[in-house]
Design a protein around this ligand. Structure first.
Ligand code: ADP
Length: 649
């Protein structure tokens, strides 16, 4: 064994990695601490495992701990553990080369990425020990392997080389000392935190390493009241500075505990902590799976829209991903599909590598398995909530139902698992109904689930389209959310029953006799209907008599399988102005007195103008009633005014 100091060169890749790290613009420098604590924790685990077969290894120093030590004057921060330690050769091997599989590939990516993208990559990847050089200009590691008596010292300034020498280390384990880069007095603690400040370290540990199994401790100074001879605080309120050992991490991941031993309040507290939602969660989903993948998860379905819960701009799900209690990704998008993005929570999977990146995670079969498992658990919880806690479910659905409907649109409604959970207002029911309940209420001779998409459910509820359905006691689901229309592109059927829009195509509510009567009336007024069609030919495909109306004079009908006018407007806006306008049908109520009036104009050449005005008025009204704008509001207003002053002749 060499005893004198030797200087060695880093492996080329290491130097490259260091260079990238030092010069990257990465702002979240504090992840270095997560990496060092995680290494220290692994070292403790390794010792514990070796000690199982090697009795003497632990000695009297049984409690495995990680300590942070600050020397403000020297500007150093040390991370110390009494774990397995490293021999001189291990120091050279572990801290001079890149052993980790995946790191080389990462490096390639890092080289190609620039600026912020590189920064993002570093954050995602977790770059292990070498990330120390983001905050330190020199790092010194002294270590003593458990069971050996000598120690070694490794030191580097990231200048292409490191030194190795024998060093007297009193106790087993490793001390990593960072000589922190100088920091301007007035530096912004947000972007350039002071890692010699207790509160900085406390918050970084809380954020990234709260659930590390071994205690992370630090000596902190505190003010305590001075006591008098009787042991009571002195009257003058004098205090003295004392030094206390504080454990910074809570160490108790709820998710790894037995659910039967967890109080509801503990679950709620954790929800508040991670979701920043001060209401109680709607449902807690606590999963501890062993096969085929070992993982635990603690997920929450919110009861309503939390104040702080903002819709993610990129519509991705976000769960916290831990690997062996170390936070790897605070916002992992791959563990749940986007249409469950309202779920908050944590997944801990010891089978994933600590250095897993977003890219490798996506491709990892473990992720897919976990996702599948979690999806079925969350949907199960939602079904339970719908069945047993209807009020909570309605609150949840009001806030997040659109996200589920998006899932239907995206094709995730296998076995109607999402459509079963959707709630809709109905034309015959108080409150909201499910598709399942609608189908149960359907009379035998009804073969379709009827719905109407309006500007909003209230507009839909007052639509003339419902008149004949009301008269016949037929229930219509009232939809009014733009996402409903998207959803309906996919949701054509529920429980074997087709979904049909009441304002499109034919509706078959009248009996044979009524139908024949209507057709006879239509034949009788054929010329009138054609004349009206000629007036509206730019907008309207056909003018015909309706079987839909009871009180109103006119209504607009789309083609079967077409979209609602509101949707058409949205699509036109999205796709530019060129999208062709689909012409709809203007249906008149054959029983309405207006028909006779129109016919009287039609028969009188001198009142041709009045027929035109009335036709346009009927069309305009039909548009207004459904919530659509009239094409030329000024002309429409002019028409109405003329009618008001009685100049229709
Ligand atoms: P990773 O931890 O992902 O393997 P690192 O670069 O952080 O990558 O560390 C490289 C190796 O150095 C570790 O795998 C471990 O063997 C060793 N090591 C790092 N820190 C410690 C420590 N505190 N005690 C013992 N071994 C350590």
């Amino acid at each position: 064994m060499t005893t004198q100091t030797e200087t060695r060169k880093f492996e080329a890749e290491v130097q490259e990695l260091l260079g990238l790290m030092i010069h990257s613009l990465y702002t979240e420098k504090d992840i270095f601490l997560r990496e060092l604590i995680s290494n220290a924790s692994d070292a403790c685990d390794k010792l514990r495992i070796e000690a199982l077969t090697n009795d003497g290894l632990l000695g009297s120093d049984e409690e495995l701990v990680i300590r942070l030590e600050v020397d403000k004057e020297a500007g150093t921060l040390s991370v110390i553990d009494n774990g397995i330690g490293m021999s001189r050769d291990e120091l050279a091997e572990n801290l001079g080369t890149i052993a980790r599989s995946g790191t080389r590939a990462f490096l390639e990516q890092l080289k190609q990425a620039k600026g912020e993208a590189a920064a993002e990559l570093i954050g995602q990847f977790g770059v292990g020990f070498y990330s120390s050089f983001m905050v330190a200009d020199e790092v010194v590691v002294t270590s003593r392997r458990a069971g050996s008596d000598g120690g070694s010292r490794w030191a580097s300034k990231a200048d292409g080389t490191y030194t190795l020498e024998a060093f007297d280390v009193a106790e087993r384990g490793t001390r990593v000392t960072l000589h922190l880069k100088p920091r301007a007095e007035d530096a912004d603690p947000q972007t350039d935190p002071d890692f010699t400040e207790a509160w900085t370290l406390r918050s970084v540990v809380k954020r990234h390493s709260d659930f590390v199994e071994h205690p992370v401790q630090m000596e902190v100074e505190a003010q305590e009241p001075e006591l008098d001879d009787e042991g009571k605080p002195k009257e003058d309120g004098a205090t003295k500075t004392v030094v206390r050992m504080e454990t910074l991490n809570s160490r108790k991941p709820l998710w790894s505990r037995d659910p039967s031993e967890i109080e509801a309040e503990e679950y709620n507290e954790f929800y508040r902590h991670i979701a920043h939602d001060f209401t109680e969660p709607g449902k807690v989903v606590h999963v501890r799976a062993e096969v085929p993948v070992e993982f635990s998860a603690l997920l929450y379905v919110p009861k309503a829209k939390a104040m702080m819960m903002m819709e993610e701009p990129d519509s991705k799900s976000r769960l916290m991903l831990y690997v062996k209690r170390v936070l790897i990704m605070p916002d992992c998008a791959d563990l749940l599909p986007p249409w469950l993005r309202f779920v908050r929570g944590v997944v801990d999977c010891p089978d994933l590598p600590l250095n897993v990146s977003r890219q490798t995670l996506q491709a990892n079969p473990i992720t897919r398995r976990i996702q599948k498992h979690l999806v079925s658990k969350v949907l199960g919880a939602l079904r339970e909530m719908l069945a047993d806690e209807r009020e909570d479910f309605e609150g949840f659905f009001e806030a997040h139902g659109r996200v589920l409907k998006e899932g239907i649109y995206q094709g995730a409604d296998d076995e109607q698992r999402l459509s079963k959970l959707c709630l809709f207002p109905s034309s015959t029911q108080e409150g909201l109904t499910t598709l399942g309940d609608y189908v149960e209420r359907m009379p035998e001779d009804q073969d379709a689930i009827w719905y109407l998409v309006g500007q909003d459910p209230a507009t839909a509820a007052s639509s003339p389209h419902l008149e004949a359905f009301r008269a016949k006691g037929r229930e219509v689901l009232l939809m009014g959310d733009p996402v409903d229309e998207w959803m309906l592109q996919r949701l054509n059927e529920f429980d074997g029953k087709p979904l049909k829009a009441v304002d499109r195509g034919e509706v078959d509510l009248e009996g044979e006799e009524a139908k024949e009567a209507r057709e006879a009336q239509e034949a009788e007024h054929k010329d009138l209907l054609q004349a009206m069609r000629a007036v509206l030919q730019d907008d309207i495909e056909e003018v015909r008599f309706s079987s839909r109306l009871k009180d109103s004079a006119a209504v607009l009908v789309g083609s079967e399988g077409g979209v609602s006018p509101a949707m058409e407007r949205v699509m036109r806006e999205m796709q530019g102005m060129d999208m062709p306008k689909t012409k709809r049908i203007l249906e008149l109520n054959p029983e309405h007195p207006i028909v006779a009036k129109l016919e009287s104009f039609h028969g009188d050449e001198a009142r041709k103008g009045a027929l035109e005005d009335y036709t346009r008025l009927l069309y305009g009204q039909a548009l207004i009633v459904e919530g659509s704008p009239v094409p030329d509001p000024a002309a429409f207003a002019g028409l109405v005014t003329r009618l008001m002053v009685g100049s229709e002749d």
